[in-house]
Design a protein around this ligand. Structure first.
Ligand code: S3P
Length: 483
């Protein structure tokens, strides 16, 4: 990556209070009004290094990009439905692009991706075509695991699936094993627990599966397989994971029953899916970076628009509020079966807390940036019951312990979590994203609150879930990025 140097000068930005909301104009960003150095990432060089210096306050508003989980599901269900599906607000990150590429190869007519309105002509359940080549899920666990459930029931057709180096090291046995119990024929490395995998589509039968992990990917994979299975497919999980599949499957016409008390969901095989209009709310996992950045950098005030507030995803708000964050929710509404609202966040003194138990699945992707919040909070933060983080795009417990320690944080790593003694000022350092988008963005946030410059290797992978993260950071900060 080459980093270009560019200087923008002008008059200092005005203080933006709540009453001056009209100034939150994304087309006239704060940085355009103040003297800042702007880092420009280009994709042309192999170095991919970003240098960041401390921020003096983040101000403005952000339209949060589309929810990644909902974007994947909209592309998949649109491909499986009969008739036309339209998707508004689709996330244009690399992960949904992988899903779109796979389902195009499987015969769905998916128009060029954009965030306004994407049209899909679905092929109908069980009518995917046998692709001429290997299906590549890239970096996306959701694409690969959910797709396996869909492919397993496509009788008489053969599929080969793979992903990038990170995805090929992630556990697939958690879906392959229950799919085999349903009658699926799947082979792969390490006894079918690692991609590349091969699937011979065939007939499936419903089972009741008690998952040992609270994973929406496992649950969704089996529900999707259940659409084509004989009888009922039930999934019970140890704690409730995100329920976007249940909501969207119901909207598309599937026969779904949910029993939250029993943490069980059931789908009856044989229903038809009918194309729908899907509106994708902003991803709270992406909003989380701004929530923490504005909390830890003094004199910050941000308005985050269009944030999905599905209760299976809002653990990050609960924890930040317990830590003393100043977050207000307004304009709560519902859009295509998903709740959303706008969030105000202002700088605050944070204090440590404990994050554990059934809360973990509701904030699983936000733990790296919550670890950053913990490093800036007074006292000790304990994160437990989060061993799942070790099998994400990177080992996120080890990555955050290692990289925050380089910046001077006191972090101890445990098999299922972290213990962070906060309140010790962080200093800039050379850090690494471990090629994991959420680690990259979390470290950018940490750098904003640290003293001195931070050099981040592998910043570019933020594009997996948040293509505009770095330009948005440039817009919201004054003098926080340099090349
Ligand atoms: C996701 C579920 C979670 C989450 C991932 C997206 C989904 O994974 O970490 O980013 O869209 O279903 P697990 O199901 O493995 O917990």
């Amino acid at each position: 990556m080459a980093v270009k140097r560019q200087t923008v000068s002008g008059s200092p930005a005005k203080s933006l209070g709540r009453e001056s909301r009209s100034e939150y104009d994304e087309t006239a960003p704060a940085f355009a009004k103040s003297a800042v150095r702007v880092a420009v990432l280009t994709h042309s060089s192999a170095t991919d290094i970003l240098t960041l210096s401390p921020a003096k306050g983040l101000r403005g508003q952000v339209s949060i990009p589309g929810d990644k989980s909902i974007s994947h599901r909209a592309l998949m269900l649109g491909s499986l439905a009969e008739g036309e599906t339209t998707i508004q607000g689709l996330l244009l990150g690399e992960d949904p692009r992988s899903t779109a590429a796979c389902f195009r190869a499987l015969g769905a007519d998916i128009a060029e991706l954009n965030s306004e309105c994407v049209r899909i002509q679905g092929v109908g359940l069980g009518r995917l075509q046998e692709p001429a080549d290997v299906l590549d899920a890239g970096n996306s666990g959701t694409t690969l695991r959910l797709m396996l459930g869909i492919l397993a029931g496509q009788a008489g057709r053969f599929f080969a699936v793979t992903g990038d180096r990170s995805l090929r090291s992630r556990p697939m046995g958690r879906v392959v094993e229950p799919l085999r119990q349903m009658g699926a024929s799947i082979w792969g490395r390490a006894g079918g627990t690692l991609a590349p995998l091969a699937v011979q589509g065939g007939s499936l039968k419903g089972i009741h599966y008690c998952s040992p992990v609270a994973s929406a990917q496992v649950k969704s994979c089996l529900l999707l397989a259940g659409l084509l299975a004989e009888g009922t497919t039930q999934v019970t999980e140890p704690a409730l994971s995100r329920d976007h599949s249940e909501r969207m499957l119901r909207a598309f016409g599937a026969n779904i029953q949910v029993d939250p008390e029993a943490k069980t969901v059931a789908v009856v095989g044989g229903s038809r899916l009918v194309g729908q209009k899907v509106q994708v709310p902003g991803d709270i996992s992406s909003a989380a970076f701004w929530l923490v950045a504005a909390s830890i950098v003094p004199e910050s005030e941000l308005l985050l628009r269009n944030v999905g507030l599905n209760p299976t995803r809002t653990g990050v708000l609960q924890v930040l509020q317990e830590m003393g964050a100043d977050i207000q929710i307004e304009n709560c509404r519902e859009m295509a079966g998903e709740p959303l609202g706008d969030l105000w966040v202002r700088s605050a003194r944070l204090r440590g807390c404990t994050i554990a138990g059934d809360l973990i699945p509701t904030l699983i992707d936000e733990i790296p940036v919550l670890a950053v919040a913990a490093a800036f909070a007074e006292g000790i933060t304990v994160i437990r019951d989060a061993a799942e983080l070790r099998v994400k795009e990177s080992d996120r417990l080890s990555a955050m312990a290692q990289e925050l320690s380089r910046m001077g944080a006191q972090v101890s790593e445990h098999p299922d979590g972290l213990e962070i003694k906060g309140g010790i000022p962080l200093h800039g350092a050379e850090v690494d994203s471990h090629e994991d988008h959420r680690i990259a963005m979390s470290l950018m946030v940490a750098a904003l609150g640290a003293q001195g410059s931070t050099l981040l290797r592998g910043a570019d992978c933020a594009r997996i879930s948040y293509p505009d993260f770095i330009p948005t950071l440039q817009r919201l900060t004054a003098s926080s990025l340099e090349s």
